[in-house]
Design a protein around this ligand. Structure first.
Ligand code: NI
Length: 177
């Protein structure tokens, strides 16, 4: 299929509320997911949400074995998650560094729930129900935020902890996102 252009922060389409998918297993959904996967892998992303390629549907993908953009992170299984719902499993928040393909070259320190349950559907409409923590939980929260028009800089509590990769982490090659 195709590597698609990723919208950048400032594009109003990234601020929109996305609509639920109401039909699974369609050629259109298959093509969308193929394009999302090709685009995410091409850019070494940890995840991608449909609105980032200009499609206002509640579809996210995430997962990686080893990611040069997040070298310290534990692997997360590749997942297609449609119409997701998140439920925190505790009130505990944890700060962690995030980047985003829509905010290239930057990182920010973002508080997220450390443990959560997520439910939703895969591409064929089969239910998904997982309880996860740490980076897996972080990635899901970041991607689902995109479906509600929220980019991670809005979650940063201390804007001194937001900047360009090469300035925040000199000498670390965090890739050319
Ligand atoms: Ni993002």
């Amino acid at each position: 299929m195709a590597i698609r252009d990723v919208l950048k922060m400032g594009d109003p389409r990234l601020l929109a509320l996305s609509a639920p998918v109401d039909e699974f297993g369609t050629p259109e959904l298959t093509d969308l997911l193929t394009d999302m996967r090709d685009t995410m892998r091409h850019l070494n992303g940890a995840g991608l949400a449909a609105p980032q390629i200009g499609v206002g549907l509640r579809v996210v993908i995430f997962g990686f074995e080893e990611n040069p953009r997040y070298p310290e992170a534990d692997p997360v299984p590749f997942t297609v998650l449609i119409n997701p719902r998140l439920t925190p499993l505790s009130e505990a928040l944890e700060d962690g560094w995030e980047g985003c393909l829509s905010v290239p070259g930057m990182r920010g320190l973002v508080p997220r729930y450390r443990e959560l349950r997520y439910t939703g559907f895969d591409a064929a409409g089969n239910p998904i129900d997982r309880s996860v923590k740490d980076f897996h939980a972080r990635v899901v929260q970041h991607e689902v935020d995109h479906l509600d028009g929220i980019l991670y800089p809005r979650r940063i509590r201390d804007l001194t902890q937001f900047g360009f990769n090469e300035a925040l982490f000199p000498g670390e090659d965090l890739a050319d996102d």
